[in-house]
Design a binder for this molecule. Structure first.
Ligand code: GLU
Length: 370
């Protein structure tokens, strides 16, 4: 504290917004990590890994808030466009990809996770920010949450408007993400997403709106907010993640195929059987209501299960959670329920879990715990 105080006073006199770490001192060593013990005045060291999306998008005109090309602006330009970042952290950028996020493949997910895993092992990295398209940022966030074994903050960031638009949201979202990535109090909270002043849990957050900045939502509420360079927390995740996860990207080199079949009235068996013929090892049934299965489809799903395909009941509703043995006798059919995970998140967890087990009871345990 003796060393910190004059710097805090100097910074306050200069009107500088201090990162949380500068106020709280060096990051304590965790088991398996080397104590970095930098000078108390040092800014947190944050790496911004860029993957594309609207946050790196550019439109022809400032009025183009929805018509533009995603994934155009390189990471160094993104950083240079927000000079306030330099007051918050020492940052450097790495361009991992330059893609719209609907084009992410499993191979790219794995490549990104391995890159992030390597970064967070470094003593000279305190946190990582990942710029991403909004379309699938919820999947990437949950994947990293499951497989990167760290307590260091990993913060996803995206925007709904390209940088060239009036009232673009990317600059503040990026500044907020760097703030959170450098904050001591963001450690061990799982992979996070900062957008629209909110700090969302990567596990829970989902894109709900396709056209305005308040696009992301979690049915359990955001974990906190970031306002004027300071984090405010209101809840913490209870599901396993990071250092408490049994999964580790360092041992994962491919992911098995998992297919989602969307529930509606008047369905046919072919979407299920075709997915399995195409290599799916598990089916996420995005059922109506409580993950319901039409009576005329039950035999198809029972038959696929008897051939070794895992059947996971999720819901197309979005909120709530699928109850085991309600609507369908899961114990009897040896099916799994996705708990509160939406179908796209259930797909990620199933793929990760299947790298370790094919056992339906183990899979159900994993769905309860993560
Ligand atoms: N579809 C593009 C993507 O996900 C742009 C959407 C966005 O980033 O908001 O990268």
């Amino acid at each position: 504290m003796r060393r910190t105080l004059p710097i805090v006073l100097m910074a306050l006199m200069a009107g500088t917004v201090l990162p949380a770490r500068a106020l709280e001192g060096p990051i304590p060593a965790k088991p398996g990590e080397t104590a970095t013990a930098p000078a108390a005045s040092a800014k947190p060291r944050v790496v911004i890994v860029a993957t594309g999306g609207t946050i790196a998008g550019a439109g022809a005109d400032a009025a183009n808030s929805a018509t533009y090309q995603a994934a155009k602006v390189p990471v160094d330009k993104l950083i240079a466009a927000v000079p306030a970042i330099a007051q918050v952290a020492d940052v450097r950028g790495e361009q991992a990809f330059q893609i719209a996020s609907e084009s992410f493949t499993n191979a790219q997910l794995i490549e990104l996770a391995k890159k992030v895993s390597a970064l967070v092992k470094r003593d000279d990295v305190d946190g990582v920010v990942i710029t991403h398209g909004t379309d699938t940022v919820e999947e990437t966030a949950y994947f990293l949450d499951l497989v990167v074994r760290t307590d260091k903050p990993i913060v996803m960031v995206a925007s709904m408007r390209p940088s060239t638009a009036i009232s673009a949201d990317g600059a503040l979202n990026l500044l907020d993400a760097v703030t959170v990535a450098g904050a001591n109090d963001a450690r061990a909270k799982g992979v996070l997403l900062t957008m629209n002043d909110e700090i969302q849990a990567g596990r829970d957050t989902t894109k709900r709106v396709n056209i305005k900045p308040s696009a992301f939502f979690s049915q359990w509420g955001p974990l906190g907010m970031v306002v004027e360079g300071k984090t405010y927390w209101f809840r913490a995740p209870v599901k396993r993640h990071g250092t408490t996860s049994e999964f580790n990207i360092d041992g994962i080199d491919s992911l098995p195929e998992v297919a989602i079949v969307y529930g509606s009235g008047n369905m046919h068996p072919e979407p299920y059987t075709t997915a399995v013929a195409g290599g799916a090892k598990a089916i996420i049934h995005a059922g109506t209501g409580n993950g319901s299965v039409a009576g005329y489809l039950v035999d198809t799903l029972k038959d696929l299960r008897s051939k070794g395909v895992l059947i996971i009941r999720s819901s197309r509703v979005g909120d709530g959670f699928v109850l085991r043995n309600a609507e369908q006798p899961d114990d009897k059919y040896d099916w799994v329920v996705a708990h509160d995970l939406n179908p796209q998140k259930a797909k990620i967890l199933a793929a990760v879990a299947l790298t370790k087990t094919q056992d339906s009871k183990e899979l159900q345990r994993i769905f309860w715990e993560y």
